[in-house]
Design a protein around this ligand. Structure first.
Ligand code: PTJ
Length: 248
């Protein structure tokens, strides 16, 4: 892999791209994941590769919602595992959530490789391998979940999701927190809390908010969630993208 000089103007973006490439080489990320990364990069470029204010508000609301949850689960796919494994493990610790591997292009080898990768980054338990539960209304591999994981969860963080599963999880009555750089995607539209931000910025920022909010009374957390307006956040992100990098 080519060494990227730290003073390169697009250092972060190139580093992210290399992480995905390394994920493919390690059998963690699917080849389709490269295409998904390209789509994400295009939206991120137009957002100015920064966390816009409405995304920060979504990240704070997501932190509050995770702290309020009885059985929160963070869903992990091949892109997310390659991009921010340690950060996900840290968030799971702070909000006391389970980590569950759930793949669109599911193979036993990739499931095992991702679970091992998360363990190498500090995870003590990784769900998803039992696959004794199903999401109703989905015919593909993403329907397979652990009955005591996503199956029983009340709140699920689903980063870089495909629209079908996001809609099916919403139909099951789960509270969905979606991270997706495309505010027009079906997943973002189906989310209770859509986070229109790059996963590499979003996860550490949700953790930062959760650390600050931990110990706050339930009423305060409830109020943060209630005040968050999903459709206004989606509109704001779309406006920022349409205006490109000139938007402040
Ligand atoms: O690992 P698997 O087998 O479960 O497959 C995962 C992928 C991502 C390949 C699969 O879910 C897929 O094909 O996803 P899509 O339909 O391409 O959707 C990915 C969405 O995530 C798109 O809307 C992208 O804009 C967005 N996205 C890509 N990279 C990032 C992102 N959003 C946030 N942060 C990113 N780094």
């Amino acid at each position: 892999m080519t060494e990227i000089p730290e003073d390169h103007p697009r250092y972060e973006s190139l580093l992210t791209r290399h992480r995905i490439e390394a994920g493919v080489d390690a059998g963690i990320t699917s080849r389709q994941g490269l295409i998904a990364q390209g789509r994400g990069e295009a939206f991120d470029y137009l957002l100015g590769e920064r966390t816009i204010e409405s995304a920060d508000a979504a990240e704070r609301a997501a932190a509050a919602q995770l702290l309020l949850a009885e059985r929160p689960v963070l869903s992990v796919n091949g892109n997310v595992a390659a991009l921010c494994p340690g950060e996900l493990v840290e968030l799971a610790d702070v909000v006391d959530a389970a980590l569950e591997v759930n793949l669109f292009n599911r193979t036993d080898e990739r499931m095992e490789a991702i679970a091992a990768h998360l363990r190498e980054h500090g995870a003590t338990e990784v769900k998803g391998l039992t696959a004794d539960g199903r999401i109703p209304g989905l015919s593909h591999e993403r329907a397979k979940v652990d009955a005591d994981g996503i199956g029983a969860a009340d709140v699920v963080l689903v980063p870089l999701e495909d629209g079908d599963r996001a809609e099916a999880l919403a139909a099951m009555g789960k509270i969905e927190l979606v991270v997706d750089l495309n505010p027009m995607s079906r997943s973002a539209q189906a989310a209770d809390i859509p986070i229109i931000d790059n996963i590499i910025r979003a996860v550490p920022n949700v953790t930062r908010h959760a650390r600050k909010l931990r110990g706050a009374p339930r009423e305060e957390l409830d109020a943060i969630v209630a005040e968050f307006d999903a459709s206004a956040a989606l509109d704001d992100a779309e406006r920022a993208i349409r205006n490109g990098t000139t938007q402040e």
